[in-house]
Design a protein around this ligand. Structure first.
Ligand SMILES: Cc1ncc(COP(=O)(O)O)c(C=O)c1O
Length: 383
């Protein structure tokens, strides 16, 4: 076993050309400094400036969204997405426990309750089979709305997450949501550049969310984006992100409770420069994944996680599956002791003190994956 671990860290060091290898770091290889200097020189660093519009247009074009609306980060984009589809206090929102805490925090900001449904082993994302099973046992439809038979609360939305960039079986999930009158909000924070049946993730419901945090495939320092198929909903979203200020040259009139969620121009400038390299970064990451895949076929008892069928994954964070929890812990200890940054998946949401009380469906695959997943270094490689 120790021999195999040594072989793995040698391989990773060789792949990245350094002794210490971080998990995921940003790459600034293009116009970043130029665009940032433009912001400083023109003084347009804050809420006014041309980079915001350019970045939104660029992401809409890249993803195929009718419109994209930029936010300060992915978490507040998720909060807004919940509001936009009409999630209200006491509603229930179906989601996965294998996710980053922001998914559930956004649900709780509105005082709605998460219900944790199992994931698929082959996608690590919400399982349509588990979703269907839970709904057929627990849900009833009244007046074109879905209710939990036991709690009597409305089940308003479903938030699957494309885990580590790998698309969930999102067309099946979308069909189930439609059948049960449930709004689909994709947490595509990690999956910019990932396609399901050639369609960009985040575009299967009325709204999807992307993150540009520093550890993502491209970054704006901090940032998020809402993706829309429908331009009207996007216009409303834009209004809400800008304090719901009615357009007027000098008067301050606000016609709704609004939010200061608009990304500053200086962050959008970074985003514009990064976006120019997005496709190249995704291809670079896919090549890294292919090298990992070839290498791990030579290692016993460790499986490299490959993209699900019918998908193009951005391989945001590469995943290996260890034999069991003991092996996972040993591997984490060995690699981190030797300067190779590796991480387990997040502590499951249903195990965190804030979310312990909420319903689950048993989470069999989720638990199995939690005990085995290890993320390994995945930054874009400099060639
Ligand atoms: C699945 C998921 N959802 C939401 C977020 C929140 O995004 P942000 O950090 O931009 O607020 C992240 C990552 O950061 C994430 O990984």
């Amino acid at each position: 076993m120790e021999n195999d671990y040594k072989k793995i860290i040698d391989f990773i060091r060789d792949l990245y050309g350094t002794q210490q290898v971080p998990l995921h770091v940003p790459r600034f290889t293009g116009n970043e400094k130029k665009y940032l200097a433009e912001c400083v020189d023109t003084t347009f660093v804050s809420s006014v400036g041309t980079f915001v519009d350019k970045f939104e247009e660029g992401i809409a074009k890249y993803t195929g969204a009718a419109k994209a609306v930029v936010c300060v980060n992915g978490t507040n984009a998720l909060h807004l997405a919940m509001l936009l589809v009409g999630v209200k206090p006491k509603d229930e929102v179906l989601t996965q426990a294998l996710t980053f805490v922001a998914t559930c925090n956004a649900i709780r900001y509105i005082d709605a309750s998460p219900v944790f449904i199992d994931v698929d082993k082959v996608t690590m994302g919400l399982s349509p089979k588990a979703l269907k099973e839970w709904l057929s046992k627990n849900a009833e439809i009244k007046n074109f709305q879905c209710f939990n038979k036991r709690t009597k609360h409305r089940i308003k939305a479903c938030v699957p997450m494309h885990t580590f960039g790998h698309p969930a079986k999102i067309d099946e999930i979308a069909a189930i949501c439609k059948e049960y009158y449930i709004e689909l909000v994709e947490d595509a924070a990690e999956s910019l550049g990932s396609l399901y049946k050639e369609r960009h993730t985040g575009l299967f419901g009325r709204v999807g969310v992307i993150s540009f945090n520093g550890n993502k495939t491209i970054t704006t320092g901090g940032g998020g984006m809402l993706l829309f198929k429908n331009k009207e909903l996007a216009t409303h979203a834009k209004h809400l992100t800008t304090q719901a200020k009615a357009p007027h040259r000098w008067e301050f009139i606000h016609d709704h409770i609004g939010y200061n969620y608009r990304m500053p121009n200086i962050n959008a400038a970074l985003g514009c420069a990064q976006l120019e390299h997005l496709e190249e970064f995704v291809l670079n990451k896919r090549e890294t994944a292919s090298k990992y895949n070839d290498f791990f076929t030579t290692i016993r008892d460790i499986d490299f996680f490959i993209e699900p069928e019918n998908c193009r994954s951005n391989y945001w964070l590469n995943v290996i599956l260890l034999k069991d929890k003991d092996a996972q812990q040993r591997f984490l200890q060995y690699t981190n002791d030797n300067g190779i940054m590796t991480r387990p998946a997040w502590r499951l949401m249903n195990k965190l003190s804030m979310f312990k009380e909420f319903e689950t469906d048993g989470l069999k695959n989720t638990q199995w994956l939690e005990e085995r997943i290890v993320n390994i270094p995945s930054s874009v490689r400099i060639k």
